[in-house]
Design a protein around this ligand. Sequence first.
Ligand code: LLP
Length: 381
Amino acid sequence: MNIDIELAEGLKTPLYWYDLSLLEATLSEIKRCVAGKPVKVHYAVKANCNPKVMEVIASAGLGADCVSGREITAAIKAGFEPSSICYAGVGKTDRELIGGMKAGIAYFNVESLEELEVLNELAGEYGYQARVCLRVNPNIDAHTHHYITTGLEENKFGIHLSMLDRAIDYTLQSPHLTLEGLHFHIGSQITTMEPFAFLCRKVNGLIDQYEAKGVEFKIINVGGGLGIDYEDPDGHPIPDFQGYFDTLLTNLKLRPGQELHCELGRAIVGQCGSLVSKVTYVKKGVDRQFIILDAGMNDLMRPALYGAHHKIENLTAPEGEEIETYDVVGPICESSDTFGKGERLPKTRRGDLIALRSAGAYGESMASTYNIRTLPESVVR
Ligand code: LLP
């Protein structure tokens, strides 16, 4: 990941810095892995909705996975084809469903029987045929943080397996709905392939079961979730897409004509972004010292919200500077506004630039104005 330090020093911080060449290399690797395969990759817009970042991803030919009406609008504006947009979410409002239909999106990932009824009714009113993938809750533990595990039975997401028959019958019988396929998503920041392989085996069982009843699925959407290396971003700047797609394609028994869709967010944008921040103070405590940044939990919420750790680097300390131990914190009035404890960093001074690495996914998109702060700036270079 490249950051032009001279340029960054002259800009207002905190600042999201996106390395365009790494983003492009990541997208090329994805395209290489899926070339000639019946695979469609949708970019999960929620991970990063910076317009320039989205434009680069759209021009690489990916589809978009959206979770709100405004994400659909932003995706179309960034250049994603409406016919390559899928739309998930447990609480799509009438307005959002109508917006999706008017935009002509590829399909709705429908999460409940209740939503099916509303979509059928609205599609009828608008003289529209709504394409539907049913989001199934496969009850799989993705072994990740419990806030971002979504495939377990106790989560609010998807249709319970025991209700899938009814949902399929309803869709097939509804005059304004077309059943396109099944959708799954088991969680995020998944760093081994086993959960994906396990999901594929569950999906195979469902395909067999419904095929026997004469039900065909054109699309199998396995969602997103491929993780990134937060501790060694330079060692693994591009995630193991080859291993991921191999796992999916070898474990899934796709039928002729069936398409595999996925919805990757973090794996596409995570490593190309850093939050660049300036040191406001280095505060000496009794038995510790604090680096107080001008970036806070409002700019990068993941450490406070999930206990996540982003690698911290001093971008401007001279080579060979002695290493000291610091707690790295933000200026917000909450103890959870901490980016790292006991961090070993070169001797740091007021005015130094600090990078919080691997912040391209769920960084800028989750930023808030808490404490009436301004939203962070961004640069794509
Ligand atoms: N598809 C669906 C239905 C999803 O709910 C998500 C993420 C994705 C795809 C993309 O997952 P990814 O490939 O990025 O793992 N804010 C949290 C992550 C929340 C993920 C929510 N759903 C974080 O910062 O770790």
